[in-house]
Write a protein that binds this ligand. Structure first.
Ligand code: NAD
Length: 369
């Protein structure tokens, strides 16, 4: 397990390494910063866990939660294991993990890769704190209602004047048709945009006249691949080829590191709304910015999910969650774009300044540091 991490003025506040050979539990928890309130962040269940990755993800949550103006700091946990292990085994492991962190009251776990609503229910059982719970336990199923996709569309709408791209009539390409991408496509179609390209792990499809959202959603619901769509004039390509799609709005909503300095010049969109976490390198974002392309950074544009989780934690309803997502993302995107223009920064640099300022202010008020 890698043990090298960066420590700076923001954190981490606390690092916990758990090793219980008898139960086979190996895990890491990083509570990065709690100035604004107890940290919220997902638990990744994955074969490889490293302190470095856990600390970087915890810091990303500190920035995302601060940028969203939530009363929460950032944290993250990783449990070593095969995410496809049998349910009973997973329950044993996750419950053992939860008991180990029962006293770490400044970390509120949420779902992430390899964990889901059921895991959060088990954790609630053992520790009385978790977000992303099943509906029957008072949870708001954020992936089912499309909280992150909704927030992305609010971000795009707020950026209309800045980017010069109006949603109505815009041509949209969506990479990844899962919880984030599918719902972003749904909300955009509802506002009059045309989905001209979409992709999943098997490949991409495009049609200059547009693809019908309901047909694409029905294909995914049946467990098929987008390439199974039967429609005259549809062009198919590799999963990566969608980056160069002829469109006005490009939404990476699948994997990290898909926009690089090698392919950034191929992007034809005038606006990129980052649904996935770290889909572009910093250098690639700078290249896009220099080309006059508006890039809405991940931790501002894809915060809908964690805002929803926070509303759930504070006992809010589903409709309140959507309202809060709308208010917070509208305010933040407007502020970030205004600062980026005034200070001649990329939107990401402006967003990081905004988030850091909020954290430092919270630390001063709370007499941290
Ligand atoms: P998901 O598993 O529901 O969907 C992922 C989609 O991406 C699937 O359609 C899959 O087929 C597709 N995909 C995988 N590899 C691909 C490739 N190489 N090219 C094109 N498509 C590919 O995941 P999700 O919850 O939609 O999350 C997507 C991304 O957004 C992840 O990076 C995640 O960390 C990030 N994110 C998710 C949320 C959320 O609320 N779910 C919030 C913030 C950030």
């Amino acid at each position: 397990m890698s043990t090298v991490i960066t420590i700076d003025d923001l954190g981490p506040e606390k690092i916990i390494q758990i090793n219980k050979p008898r139960t086979g539990l190996q895990a890491i928890v990083v509570v990065d910063n709690v100035a604004a309130g107890p940290s919220i962040g997902g638990i990744r269940l994955t074969p490889e866990i490293t302190l470095d990755e856990c600390a970087r993800l915890a810091r990303a949550m500190t920035l995302k939660n601060a940028a969203a103006g939530l009363p929460h700091g950032g944290g993250k946990a990783m449990i070593a294991g095969d995410p496809s292990m049998p349910e009973a085994e997973k329950s044993r492991l996750v419950r053992a993990f939860a008991r180990s962190i029962a006293d770490v009251s400044d970390y509120i776990p949420g779902p992430d890769m390899g964990t889901n609503e059921s895991c959060m229910a088990w954790i609630l059982d053992e520790t009385s704190r978790a977000v992303g719970l099943p509906r029957v336990l008072g949870g708001i199923p954020l992936d089912e209602i499309g909280a992150t996709g909704y927030g992305l569309v609010i971000a795009i709408e707020t950026a209309e004047a800045h980017s010069g791209v109006e949603i109505e009539g815009a041509r949209v390409a969506v990479q990844g048709f899962g919880a984030v991408g599918l719902h972003a496509a749904r909300f955009l179609s509802g506002k009059g945009a045309r989905i001209v390209a979409a992709s999943d792990s098997a490949g991409s499809i495009s049609h200059p006249d547009g693809l019908d959202f309901e047909t694409l959603a029905a294909i995914k619901k049946k467990g098929q691949k987008l390439r199974d769509l039967e429609k005259d004039g549809v062009v198919t390509g590799s999963p990566e080829s969608i980056v160069a799609a002829d469109c006005d709005i490009f939404i990476p909503a699948a994997r990290p590191d898909v926009i690089t300095t090698d392919n950034a010049r191929l992007i034809k969109a005038r606006l990129v709304a980052e649904g996935a976490n770290i889909p572009a390198s910093l250098e690639a974002e700078q290249l896009l910015h220099d080309r006059g392309i508006c890039v809405l950074p991940d931790f501002i544009a894809n915060a809908g999910g964690v805002i929803c989780a926070s509303v759930e934690h504070h006992r809010g309803s589903e409709s309140q969650a959507m309202t809060v997502i709308g208010e917070k993302i509208t305010r933040n995107v407007a502020q970030v774009l205004e600062q980026a223009t005034t200070k001649n920064l990329t939107p990401r640099a402006a967003a990081e300044q905004m988030a850091r300022k909020r954290i430092e202010e919270a630390m001063r008020l709370r007499r941290f540091g």
